[in-house]
Write a protein that binds this ligand. Structure first.
Ligand code: AMP
Ligand code: MG
Length: 306
């Protein structure tokens, strides 16, 4: 209990919260100015992101129906764009991912965190990259302008990045830096950058001609802070979705409505991504562990007080 109290009362918490507020305001303003509408997130659903890494299940039973706690809004983002009048949407989405306790010391993992989850209809990855470069630049601009004293109190030096942010192919980085290329490239970089093409979930679009090339990406924070955002162009063809679900041994019953929509040929052609808020704030404020940017830490494997 004493630890929880002193964590909340720690002096640096106020500087970090002020930087976070400035960063969030810049994101909301940028969305508003670019016509991206905000919708409210959901917390419980029979269908949610399957995630491509080991984690524990988190669900509740309600009137005989199994409802999963949101791992990401990906499927809901896609279906929200079924509305003809909505082309660009975002959610501030709380995610619960009961991550493996081995990740406790990673400094980058929480088992509850929040994403800015963005999706555009009839746009390409190039459009999304351009949009996101602008958003990241706005975050830096606002924090540097509004929070110089907070950054100084945290002994954090930040410099606005050069636009456009650099874009790399994952295969090239892998050749250069080896298996842990994202980590090594992050440590070597001064500015955030993009990495293209990861083999990921069934909903990320795989090139039909080359098979094996994914039209997706990550944004990576520099100075070793690692992954910032993941996203991509999405699969919309029923046949492709089924093929990729089969390849991944996906339990199709867990995606009944989603597959029902795709069977009717209604999944919109979209592109998007999700930016982790706590990881962004950790980078902006230069914190060693992500728990330091939260008031109520949720570190994998750790007992929580409150
Ligand atoms: P994903 O689509 O799984 O890559 O998640 C989107 C973004 O959320 C990532 O790029 C991270 O910035 C953030 N994120 C994912 N998992 C976690 C976690 N366990 N703790 C904190 N942030 C996370
Ligand atoms: Mg990711």
């Amino acid at each position: 209990m004493q630890e929880a109290i002193s964590h909340i009362r720690s002096e640096k918490r106020k500087y970090i919260l002020r930087v976070q507020s400035a960063a969030l305001k810049s994101i909301h303003d940028y969305m508003y100015e670019n016509g991206v509408v905000q919708a409210m997130p959901i917390i419980l659903s029979p269908e949610t992101d399957p995630l491509n890494h080991p984690h524990f299940d988190a669900s509740v039973e309600y009137y005989g129906q199994k409802l999963h706690i949101t791992k990401s809004m990906i499927l809901h983002k896609q279906l929200s764009l079924l509305n003809d009048g909505v082309d660009k949407i975002y959610f501030m989405s709380p995610n619960v991912r009961l991550e493996d306790g081995k990740l406790r010391e990673s400094g980058r993992h929480l088992f509850e965190f929040t994403q800015v989850d963005i999706e555009f209809k009839e746009k390409t990855k190039e459009d999304f990259i351009k949009f996101t470069d602008g958003m990241i630049a706005e975050v830096y601009r606002r924090v540097l302008k509004d929070c110089p004293d907070d950054l100084a109190a945290l002994d954090r030096k930040l410099a606005a990045p050069k636009l456009p942010l650099k874009v790399y192919e994952s295969a090239d980085l892998q050749r250069q830096y080896g298996e842990h290329f994202e980590k090594v490239a992050s440590e070597a970089a001064k500015d955030p950058f993009w990495i293209l093409n990861y083999k990921r979930e069934f909903y990320d679009r795989e090139d039909k001609k080359t098979r094996g090339y994914y039209h997706n990406y990550d944004v990576v924070w520099p100075q070793g802070y690692g992954e910032a955002l993941s996203g991509g162009e999405r699969e919309w063809e029923h046949k492709e979705i089924l093929r990729k679900m089969n390849e991944r041994n996906t339990d199709m019953k867990a995606f009944e409505t989603y597959l029902g929509v795709s069977e009717q040929g209604l999944i919109p052609r979209t592109v998007g991504g999700g930016l982790g808020i706590e990881r962004m704030v950790r980078f902006l404020t230069g914190q060693k562990h992500i728990k330091d940017v939260t008031l109520f830490p949720r570190v994998p494997g750790e007992r929580i007080a409150f």
